[in-house]
Design a protein around this ligand. Structure first.
Ligand SMILES: NC(=O)c1ccc[n+]([C@@H]2O[C@H](COP(=O)([O-])OP(=O)(O)OC[C@H]3O[C@@H](n4cnc5c(N)ncnc54)[C@H](O)[C@@H]3O)[C@@H](O)[C@H]2O)c1
Length: 253
């Protein structure tokens, strides 16, 4: 039986953990060959191993998505191994400890903006030419509820995740007619390594905000992967430049 991504080649960043791993696994189950990219090469390889142990196809590539030279090397490796790139999921990201402006150092600002936003510029720029040359492709960018409202992160994270949505819209406006379909995913609280320490800390404000979500819980990474799959396959062919909230109702308040 053919999957929804049969014969497609997908690149997923931040693939060594959480949503990146779940998205990689889901894409592979649906028939895609996956390049699992992560700064943690062991974690990326683990994702590739999980995919292969379930009969899928994957390679792992180490990349620091915030570093231009590293991205160039990774893109060269991917394009030498894959005949084309049909899907790019820009998922890698880091949180900022919910730091407000006056507690945010320039170093923290640069780190969060570089990993969460500049990475989209670097990785997408490196792979877009090959996507366009081969007739187009799909870009799925991971933003956050912090791309819509305050309180999903600190000043750096919220600025970066708003930027991810802006990047997605401008990419759509500039390259839609060249076959590039880009959309953003905006999750609420998801149970991953990123949020584990936060949830475990029992911080009253954080726990209260999770409890107050209409869904009454946080999401599992696989639930976010379902949305990534929808945006990555042709069922969503008329969805361009959108930013999809998947937050259990967090932002209705
Ligand atoms: N967990 C949540 O509640 C939540 C909510 C909304 C949005 N998000 C976003 O979802 C995405 C995935 O988050 P997650 O919760 O799965 O986190 P996670 O920490 O479980 O996974 C993030 C992955 O990104 C990798 N990574 C970090 N810096 C990198 C770099 N410079 N280069 C390459 N890889 C790098 C990490 O090694 C890790 O494997 C992020 O963009 C995050 O901001 C998370």
């Amino acid at each position: 039986m053919n999957g929804k991504l049969q014969g497609k080649f997908a690149v997923v960043t931040g693939a060594g953990s959480g949503m990146g791993r779940a998205i990689s696994a889901r894409f592979a189950v649906e028939g895609a060959t996956v390049a699992a990219l992560d700064v943690n090469s062991e974690a990326a390889q683990e994702t590739a191993d999980i995919i292969e142990s379930h009969g899928g196809q994957a390679i792992s590539v180490r990349v620091d998505v915030s570093d231009a030279a590293s991205v160039t090397r990774a893109a060269q490796l991917v394009t030498s191994r894959f005949e084309r790139v049909d899907i790019l999921a820009n998922n890698a990201g880091v949180l900022d400890s919910y730091a407000p402006l006056l507690e945010t150092s320039e170093e923290l600002w640069d780190h969060v903006l570089n990993v969460d936003l500049k990475s989209l510029f670097l990785v997408t720029k490196a792979l877009l030419p090959t996507m366009i040359d081969r007739g187009g492709g799909v870009v799925v960018n991971t933003s956050s509820i912090a791309g819509f409202v305050a309180g999903g992160g600190g000043i750096a994270y919220t600025s970066a995740k708003h930027g991810v949505i802006g990047f997605t819209k401008q990419l759509t406006a500039d390259y839609g007619r060249k076959g590039i379909r880009a959309n953003a995913i905006c999750p609420g609280a998801v149970e991953t390594e990123m949020t584990q320490s936060l949830f475990e800390s029992g911080d009253a404000a954080v726990m209260e905000s999770v409890r107050a979500v209409p869904a009454g819980r946080y999401a599992q990474p696989e639930e976010i992967a379902n949305l990534a799959l929808f945006l990555a396959n042709d069922e969503s062919a008329f969805v361009h430049g959108a930013a999809y909230l998947i937050d259990g109702g967090w932002t209705v308040r």
